[in-house]
Structure formats: structure tokens, C-alpha cells
Design a protein around this ligand. Structure first.
Ligand code: FES
Ligand SMILES: [Fe+2]
Length: 428
């Protein structure tokens, strides 16, 4: 449970808010590289942290992310002409380069130098691992570029999608670190989804529905250990990584790809759910890629031409009551991603955390909120750089392991929780 002021603090990320300022300390995913597929292609509207922006790729292949609206009289530059190293407003022809600098005001004599005095707010946009990342904080202090393992492995080993989620980022992120719901909500999919089925660990999930949580602080966030009974008195551990403020990595299953998410605020009532799948030591197979493109695993099918899921709140997520009754799916909604999103959106755009009744399996969520609150306080009051900015904090992996009962997971899984090139993930 949170006080209203705490809930407001954690869920509001617009310009000038404490959380908004902290979010602006990080490189965050802004677009898929495929959204700007070639030089001088159409610009793309991007809303992030409640700011309306426009992204474009110029004639020389440079990327830009800047204020969506023309400095002259506020036309959306989405209508702009992307030509000769700049985006030109179609109303009166003012033109901007990728840094937001106005380079031409055709109605003014060139000698007046008027254009030089006009600059739109802009942010860097950098390609890494098929994603265009941006940093929206003070320009004088950009952090080092992101080094998450899934963007540093060779391209055939990794696959990323994004979808719009109609809820605040925090309740979506809290679903990503809530390992206990898997035994319920996703139980129908563990043995049927092509990206999950066949792993031995699935049986432990299905037979022990009372996981014991042990949550331990890591340098960048938390290790969220969920312990279930295995044979011979041993324990099956699933260790989720959470790295501040919004990266999560779900423990692997068998030799399947490993996956995780970022939840990036669009505004306070919507977020981008970024979903990645990668394997640290092998290429993804054609069958795996086909399943991911078809919306299996943590991915979704879309309303054509959009990033909105095909199953969405306007069609009640295509709920199938017969499948629910028969137990083919636990909630009646198909697909792991939409099972999560449907329930998280059903809480309302910003869930009222003053009314919760938390139990021991919510320990990961409780500690994540606490760490966020502490970090935002230290950042606002003392300027302390928050956890997760340091790229060393990003070189992490989730793990699934069977360990003897007297071995703490922090010991038994110590090496497995670090991303090491050419080392296989720890998985059951
Ligand atoms: S509004 Fe853009 S040039 Fe006039
Ligand atoms: Fe889930």
C-alpha cells in the first residue's frame, strides 16, 4: 500500500516532476529502428514522458528527435517534407535539421540571420540493437550508451517488439516482477506456447502454487527470487532481474530464448511495453522468429498498421469464456502478453495503491517501490545518480536453477546473474 502522495510521485513522469526528472537520467528506447527504414523517409510522431516529439532520418542517415511543433505557429511537423538534410514545415516552409536548429526561414532575407536564432527542443537519437534510444535529460551530462546484453549480441540472436499499453508504466512494470501470477494466469500457456513449452521448470511452476519470495538488492535494482519445491527436497529457483527504473528480465525456461521488458511512459495513463527475446549463445531459429512475429510468447498481434494490440479493451480482449471454463486459458484471454495487459489495464489508467491488500508474494513489488522512492529522493535532494545508469548495472541475466535447500540463491546463482559473453544462461 502507498500513500496517495507516494503513488502520485511514482506514477507522474511529465517534465519537471521528480520521477520525470529521474527517468530523464537514462537512455530509454524511443522507436524501433525499422520505423525509420531509410533516409528521407516519413517522420514519426513519438510521445515520451508526456512530451510530444517528432523523429526523422535525414538525407545523410542522421537521426533526430525534436519538438513535434513548428516554432513559427505550431503546426505539427508530422506533415513535414523530409528533404535535403532537414524537415520542412509545409505551412510556410521553415526548415529544421536533426538537432532542431532552424536552417531556413524562406520569407526572411537570408542576410538577416533570423533562422539561426530559432531552435526547437531536441534530444539525441542513437541506434543500438535494432532500437533507437534517446536521452531526455540535461544535454551537458549524457550517461554512457546502453549496454543491455540483448542489444549487444549479434542481430540473429535477438528480436524486439513494442506495443501500446493503456495504463501507467508502474502497474505494468509491477506485473513484470510479480513471478507468483505465472502459476495462475499463464498456467494454460506454459505447456502450449511454442516459446515456453517443454521446459522441465514448467512442472515446478504448475505443481507448487505457493512460491516463497526472497528479494535481495542488487547494484542496479533487485534480484527477485521465487522458490518452489523440486524433487528430493531441493528448491527450484526463478530469479527475475529488475534494474532501475523499468528494465525486467524474466527467468528462462529450458533452451528457449530469454525475455524481458521495458515499460516506458508515453504519458501518465499510457506506456510502451517493449518486449525482447534473445539467446546469449545461439541464433534464434526460423520457427522461433515466426512464433514471435505471430504474437506468441510475450509478443502480440496488432491492429494492422499500428502498435495497438489486436485484442484490446474496445473488444474486451477477445475473451473466450469457453476456453476459460475448460481451462485452456486461465482468464479466457489468449496469449501471455495480453493476459498481462488486459488485467493491468483493467485496474484503470493509474491504479489507486491506497486500497491494496498486499501479501508476502508482493515483496518484490514492495521493495521495488521502496527503492524507487529512495532513489528519487536522493536524486532530487542531493543529485545522486540513480541505480541503472551505470552500464555495469545493465550486464545482468535472469536465471532458473535447482539448488540444494541450504544454498542461498545469491550464492548458488551468483555467476548466472551476470551477463557473460559466450556463457550459456542458467535455465531449467
Ligand atoms: S507554422 Fe511552420 S512554417 Fe509556419
Ligand atoms: Fe505475466
Amino acid at each position: 500500500m502507498l500513500k496517495k502522495e507516494q503513488n502520485d510521485l511514482l506514477t507522474q513522469t511529465g517534465p519537471g516532476t521528480p520521477m520525470g526528472r529521474m527517468f530523464r537520467c537514462y537512455w530509454i528506447p524511443a522507436l524501433l529502428t525499422s520505423e525509420l527504414p531509410e533516409n528521407d523517409c516519413p517522420p514519426v510522431r513519438v510521445k515520451l514522458l508526456s512530451e510530444r516529439l517528432i523523429a526523422f532520418r535525414d538525407t545523410d542517415g542522421r537521426y533526430g528527435l525534436m519538438d513535434e511543433f513548428c516554432a513559427h505557429r505550431g503546426v505539427s511537423l508530422w506533415f513535414g517534407r523530409n528533404e535535403q538534410c532537414g524537415l520542412r514545415c509545409p505551412y510556410h516552409g521553415w526548415k529544421y535539421d536533426v538537432t532542431g536548429q532552424c536552417v531556413e526561414v524562406p520569407s526572411e532575407p537570408e542576410a538577416s540571420g533570423y533562422a539561426k536564432k530559432v531552435k526547437l527542443k531536441s534530444y539525441p537519437l542513437v541506434e543500438r540493437g535494432g532500437i533507437l534510444w534517446t536521452y531526455m535529460g540535461p544535454p551537458e551530462a549524457p550517461p554512457p550508451l546502453p549496454e543491455w546484453e540483448f542489444i549487444t549480441v549479434p542481430p540473429p540472436q535477438t528480436f524486439t517488439t513494442k506495443r501500446i499499453q493503456e495504463s501507467n508504466w508502474l502497474q505494468a512494470m509491477e506485473g513484470g516482477i510479480d513471478s507468483s501470477h505465472v502459476s495462475f494466469l499463464h498456467r494454460g500457456d506454459l505447456n502450449s506456447d511454442p516459446l515456453f513449452k517443454g521446459a522441465k521448470g514448467n512442472q515446478y511452476n504448475l505443481t507448487d502454487q505457493r512460491p516463497v519470495f526472497e528479494v535481495v538488492e542488487s547494484n542496479g535494482g533487485l534480484y527477485i527470487g521465487a522458490r518452489r519445491n523440486a524433487e528430493g527436497g531441493q528448491y527450484y529457483w526463478r530469479i527475475t532481474q529488475w534494474v532501475m527504473p523499468t528494465f525486467t528480465m524474466i527467468p528462462p525456461r529450458g533452451n528457449h530464448a530469454v525475455h524481458g521488458h521495458f515499460w516506458i511512459p508515453i504519458d501518465d495513463e499510457n506506456c510502451w511495453t517493449w518486449s525482447f527475446d534473445y539467446h546469449p549463445i545461439r541464433q534464434l531459429t526460423e520457427a522461433e522468429l515466426a512464433a514471435m512475429r505471430d504474437g506468441k510468447g510475450i509478443h502480440v498481434r496488432y491492429v494492422p498498421g499500428t502498435f495497438r494490440p489486436l485484442a484490446n479493451k474496445d473488444n474486451d480482449y477477445l475473451i473466450d469464456r469457453a476456453a476459460q471454463k475448460a481451462g485452456r486459458t486461465f482468464s479466457g484471454v489468449e496469449g501471455i502478453a495480453m493476459q498481462d495487459a488486459s488485467l493491468q489495464e483493467s485496474m484503470g489508467p493509474i491504479v489507486d495503491r491506497t486500497k491494496e491488500n498486499l501479501v508476502s508474494t508482493d515483496n518484490g513489488i514492495i521493495m521495488a517501490r521502496h527503492r524507487l522512492l529512495r532513489s528519487v529522493k536522493a536524486f532530487v535532494e542531493k543529485g545522486t545518480v540513480p541505480p541503472g545508469v551505470d552500464t555495469a548495472h545493465q550486464k545482468v541475466r535472469s536465471a532458473a536453477m535447482v539448488l540444494p535447500p541450504d544454498v542461498p540463491f545469491t550464492e548458488g546463482a551468483r555467476d548466472a546473474l551476470i551477463a557473460q559473453p559466450a556463457v550459456a544462461p542458467a535455465s531449467v
